[in-house]
Design a protein around this ligand. Structure first.
Ligand code: ADP
Ligand code: ADP
Length: 224
């Protein structure tokens, strides 16, 4: 069945219709690329699906539950427990080492330091950055930092990873490496990936593409 599904989403910012009838669906373990030109509504769609932005109208269902029927604390529990996030940049805490950054979501969930760091190192080795554990984000390259960020998104074993232009700040070689490792790690964890990108090379790592234009998108697989 469908893990996460949206129908007829609308969201306006003043006179700007960021979403104007968008639909979306994703199955467990699937990688779906959300494509479209700059300003078409891709990020707004991702933020609505992740429960960060509330749409003006439309329906979002996660694992059979409507997001709009949840209160704020239920939605934030969902984000912490079931979702992982990767953004373009600026997501690692500069004062913490890389392994502490990756372990942070587990620490916040109450996992003890030793166990949290052991799990963090597992995901760091999946992303081929285990040797950077004791470095701080300012001491690693952009590509390495992004792989640390992907490890952090995976460490709680989320069912959905939201990745908004995860390779946007990288050169194409590092972008391809991050995408390869991200999709392999997500597949091995059976996590679905909602991948926002405007780059065809990046979208090539997905199973399926949904195109957003002027806030509108059609999803041929929505009715399941
Ligand atoms: P994309 O990710 O495809 O570049 P966005 O979803 O970021 O598109 O933006 C869609 C439209 O909504 C754009 O015109 C953008 O300027 C506008 N928009 C997005 N977020 C906001 C906001 N918080 N306040 C005002 N306008 C916004
Ligand atoms: P990549 O692009 O594979 O992430 P680079 O070729 O940019 O790596 O960098 C090679 C090496 O230089 C890395 O091992 C990293 O330790 C170091 N390095 C790169 N950028 C920075 C930076 N901004 N600060 C500190 N060290 C860096």
């Amino acid at each position: 069945g469908t893990l996460l599904c949206a129908t007829d989403l609308r969201k306006a910012y003043g006179p700007t219709k960021a979403l104007d009838g968008a639909e979306f669906s994703i199955h467990p373990g699937e990688v779906v690329a959300v494509m479209g030109p700059s300003g078409s509504g891709k990020s707004t769609l991702l933020h609505c699906l992740a429960g960060i932005v509330t749409p003006d109208s439309g329906t979002i269902t996660y694992a059979g539950r409507e997001l709009s029927a949840m209160n704020d604390s239920e939605r934030s529990a969902l984000r912490r427990g079931e979702f992982g996030f990767v953004f373009q940049f600026g997501q690692l805490v500069p004062e913490l080492t890389c392994v502490e950054n990756v372990a942070l979501p587990l620490r916040l969930a109450g996992v003890r330091r030793k166990e949290a760091e052991r799990t963090a190192l597992h995901w760091m080795s999946e992303l081929e950055v285990a040797d950077l554990g004791s470095k701080r984000p300012g001491e690693v390259s952009g590509g390495q930092g992004q792989r640390v960020a992907v490890a952090r998104a995976l460490v709680t074993q989320p069912r959905v990873i939201f990745a908004d232009e995860p390779t946007g700040a990288l050169d194409s070689l590092n972008g391809e490496l991050v995408m390869q490792l991200l999709t392999e790690a997500a597949r091995s964890a059976n996590a679905a990936v909602v991948l926002v990108t405007h780059e065809t090379r990046v979208a090539a790592y997905s199973d399926r593409e949904i195109v957003v234009r002027d806030g509108k998108s059609r999803d041929m697989e929505r009715i399941v």
